[in-house]
Design a protein around this ligand. Structure first.
Ligand code: 5AD
Ligand code: SF4
Length: 435
């Protein structure tokens, strides 16, 4: 029996797909294929954070329905499944079942229930021990919480993933130890709001916060690097920043989702912090960890965003000089607070598009300026990829602060740590040689 999985959206969805694959392989005898026409089961793991991919869902289902083997099943999973539920079955007769983002531990049951819909938002699988992922790589994803307790005015996620519950420390440590025994060197901790870890468990648990979790995970032999996504700027208190700076296994690269540089818009977005708080946290972080790299998410054209508000966003970009920018035009989503705001204060598409272009252009310039300074620098790189062909030999990996570096003329072992000197930069891609 063959399984094909298409995964859209964030790292959380990737982790959910990995979990479903592991369950189906171990308990139902499936093997993974990358050819949908050969599959007996096709899973589409959907994202609903913006409208466009969601609109495309039904044409995609139509395509799979045409290509698929006779008798093959199609399941729609993830965030769009959560909020559309049974409507998906009504809109497309090709779909065999619908499984919400909060219910993925039920995958091995639902495949046997024709036309079933499982989208219970209060379902709690924080204690569920998923089958282990068969990974031969050097990096692994580790879910530390499910759901999200925030109510950002633009965001559909609390509606698709339910309330936030942390996964018990013992389960996390056991999984991390198993991963280390299987050769995993780097963990990426996942949650909608990772630095709120420990705020709520589903059963009695000793008190622990995210800094405590980082300290515990760092004790595990074999785990050399710990990354996490996404933290919330509101919860970046001094204790967290000190643990980030102090813990040698915690990689010095961080995602700080700004969303907007205007305190007025941040308030309307219900982010819980101001422009000044964000800049203060960045300054503190840079003083503790000068080599830190910072990535961010920015939304332009949120309801009521004036030119002056947007100028504040550009000002933060200028002051922080982010290393990576994920930027989006505001997309109204059902079940959110902003959805029902006065339509006359919605920003016209062409203005939002122009702001997005301005933001992205300035970011690209900043990256070009920063890249020049990289030449001659040395980094410790964890080798994640290597290619040895007749006419080309290279390896690839990331520095502690998350720079992707292409190491020329070196076929290195996966999982090896090497010192690399940057020799050139081509359009933002870094090339180096063994130092
Ligand atoms: N419109 C545009 N972007 C959004 N994001 C979340 N919701 C929306 C929306 N309604 C962005 C945020 C978030 C990232 C994952 O997606 O920037 O951090
Ligand atoms: Fe991830 Fe949010 Fe998309 Fe769900 S809606 S897959 S949580 S980005």
């Amino acid at each position: 029996m063959k399984l094909f999985v298409q995964t859209l959206g964030c790292a959380m969805n990737e982790r959910d797909s990995e979990h479903m694959i592991a369950e189906l392989e171990s308990k139902e005898g499936y093997t993974l294929t990358d050819d949908a026409t050969q599959a007996d089961l096709i899973l589409i793991n959907t994202c609903s954070v913006r409208e466009k991919p969601e609109r495309r869902l039904f044409s995609e289902i139509g395509q799979y329905a045409q290509q698929k083997k006779k008798g093959a099943k199609i399941g729609v999973c993830g965030c769009t499944a959560s909020h559309m539920g049974a409507e998906i079955l009504r809109k497309s007769s090709a779909v065999d079942f619908v499984l919400g983002a909060r219910n993925i531990s039920k995958i091995t049951q639902i495949i046997h229930k024709p036309k079933a819909v499982e989208v219970d938002l209060s379902y709690d699988d924080s204690l569920y021990a998923f089958e282990g992922v068969r990974s031969s790589g050097v990096k692994a994803l580790l879910n530390i919480s499910i759901g999200c307790d925030k109510s950002c005015a633009y965001c559909i996620v609390p509606h698709t993933r339910g309330k936030e519950i942390s996964i018990p420390l013992d389960l996390l440590l056991a999984e991390a130890r198993k991963l280390a025994q299987n050769g995993i060197k780097e963990l990426l901790l996942l949650g909608q709001n990772v630095n709120n870890y420990g705020a709520r468990f589903s059963s009695a648990h000793r008190q622990i916060n995210f800094s405590g979790l980082l300290a515990e995970l760092a004790e595990i032999d074999g785990i050399e690097r710990i990354r996490f996504t996404s933290p919330h700027p509101l919860h970046m208190d001094d204790e967290f920043l000190h643990e980030f700076a102090r813990n040698p296994k915690v990689c010095k690269s961080i995602h700080m989702p700004l969303q907007s540089g205007s305190s007025k818009i941040l308030k309307a977005m219900r982010r819980g912090y101001s422009k000044e708080w964000f800049l203060d946290r960045v300054q503190r972080l840079k003083s503790l960890v000068p080599e830190v790299t910072i990535s961010t998410d920015i939304i332009v054209g949120f309801v009521g965003e004036s030119e002056e508000d947007f100028a504040h966003t550009l000002d933060v970009l200028e002051q922080v000089r982010f290393d990576t920018l994920y930027s989006f035009i505001y997309s109204p989503r059902p079940h959110t607070l902003a959805y029902s705001l006065d339509p006359s204060s919605h920003i016209p598409k062409d203005i939002a598009q122009a702001r997005l272009s301005t933001l992205q252009e300035r970011h690209r310039e900043i990256l070009r300026e920063k890249a020049q300074a990289e030449i001659g620098r040395e980094y410790i790189v964890l080798v994640e990829n290597t290619l040895q062909d007749t006419d080309i030999v290279f390896s690839e990996g990331r520095s502690d602060n998350n720079k992707l570096i292409h190491i020329e003329n070196a076929a290195l072992d996966l999982g090896e740590f090497v010192r690399v000197r940057i020799t050139r930069n081509e359009g933002g891609s870094l090339f180096g040689e063994l130092a």
